[in-house]
Design a protein around this ligand. Structure first.
Ligand code: GTP
Length: 374
């Protein structure tokens, strides 16, 4: 499910293998509509060839089967395409759908024994073209591509003994040559596609991540707050927000140096991240020595408690700070809780948390101040 070793070893790229595998499966269904139209159009040509080589009714029957099989493959891809499902949850189903779509084409092989040599050749050529058309989409996820190709070619292998000796030679040559060509092309196309996806996934990860601390960055925070606001609005549940600032950090930098300052920020980030346990909560670096946390469905008492825990967790890191009135590195926390309603301002919510942070600083630092937005 993950990409090949040489591609993964691409230096300088940072990525989550699960994100890459998901992206690979997304790619399979990215152009699924046009994939279906191409199949239906190409299938029409094949159905006419079958009708010409045998009887019209056989062509029509095969076309019905192809349309059903391809439609099922299209249907299975719907949740992945719409990003409403965890893509990697149903791999066996995706493989089965690809195999059935392949058999949709391969089913044409059942007509080969009833055809003249020229019609057989034409039908085989269209089948090879069908596999090649699917290649750029399916090859990114090898099990799907193999399942599709096997679905197309296995029926041909099975009918081989029932063909006239002269047709057997031609069919075997087409099979072997196309398998070899596909093997070579698939490797190259896949390597290029995986490299592109890898860069995309890596870029997305980097653009959401704060490089110093590994937490989400300001962009990630903005997105998380926006999403949590919308959900809280829809569900009518409380939303809490914290802005956290390292106390006397300028003095820390001035005393211990910028590198020690960076190290301190990394430790603070670790302490904060360790306090966030729920999947719906986000802690991010807000900028400079400021952090922020979005706590979805969190009433004021619970959120405030988390703020207290964060203060304690940072203090418990025992990072010495001679210039601080507290002698150790501490943080101040400003929090706000809101029950979002239509017409309320998210910006005002952030400003309220900011005002609470100001109050915490004014009141001596290493403390939590909270405001409820009515
Ligand atoms: N080492 C390091 N320092 C940073 C980074 N980002 C911001 N800073 C420093 O953080 C300091 C913030 O200083 P101030 O805004 O004056 O706040 P403070 O000294 O923490 O004072 P209070 O917030 O009032 O307790 C500045 O000296 C910035 O240079 C960073 O990534 N690494």
């Amino acid at each position: 499910m993950t990409a090949e070793k040489p591609v993964l070893a691409t230096p300088g790229l940072k990525f989550d293998p699960h994100a890459l595998a998901s992206e690979q499966l997304q790619h399979v269904y990215r152009d699924r509509n046009s994939g279906l139209y191409t199949t239906l159009l190409g299938g029409l040509l094949q159905a006419m060839l079958i009708g010409w080589g045998t009887k019209f009714v056989f062509g029509a029957a095969w076309y019905g089967w192809l349309a059903t099989a391809s439609f099922w493959h299209w249907w299975i891809g719907r949740p992945v395409h719409a990003r409403t499902a965890t893509p990697l949850a149903g791999i066996p189903l995706h493989v089965a759908a690809a195999a059935v779509a392949g058999i949709g084409w391969g089913g044409a092989a059942l007509m080969l024994p009833h055809m003249a040599l020229s019609a057989q050749a034409a039908v085989l050529v269209v089948m090879v073209i069908a596999v090649n058309t699917a290649l750029p989409r399916l090859v990114i996820f090898m099990p799907l591509f193999y399942a599709f190709a096997a679905g197309v070619f296995l029926p041909v292998v099975l009918v081989l003994p029932f063909l006239a000796p002269s047709a057997q030679g031609l069919t075997a040559v087409v099979l072997i040559a196309s398998t070899l060509m596909l093997g070579l092309t698939a490797r190259n196309v896949r390597a290029v596609l995986v490299r592109i996806l890898l860069k995309q996934v890596s870029f997305e990860q980097v653009s959401w991540e704060d490089r110093l601390t590994g937490l989400g960055n300001r962009r990630r925070f903005d997105e998380a707050l926006d999403a949590a606001w919308q959900h809280a609005l829809q569900l009518g549940v409380p939303l809490s927000l914290m802005i956290l600032d390292v106390d006397y950090f300028k003095k820390f930098n001035d005393t211990y140096g910028h590198t020690a300052g960076d190290d301190c920020l990394r430790k603070v980030a670790t302490a904060l991240a360790g306090c966030v346990k729920r999947a719906g909560d986000t802690v991010a670096r807000y900028g400079g020595e400021e952090f922020a946390a979005v706590l979805f469905h969190a009433p004021m008492a619970d959120a405030r408690q988390m703020g207290e825990n964060m203060c304690k967790a940072v203090r418990a890191m025992d990072i010495k700070h001679e210039q601080s009135t507290h002698r150790w590195v501490t943080i101040s926390v400003g929090g706000a809780t809101i029950m979002p309603k239509v017409g309320m301002s998210m910006q005002a919510f952030v400003e309220t948390a900011d005002a609470a942070l100001y109050l915490a600083k004014e009141s001596g630092r290493n403390r939590v101040e909270w405001k409820m937005v009515a």
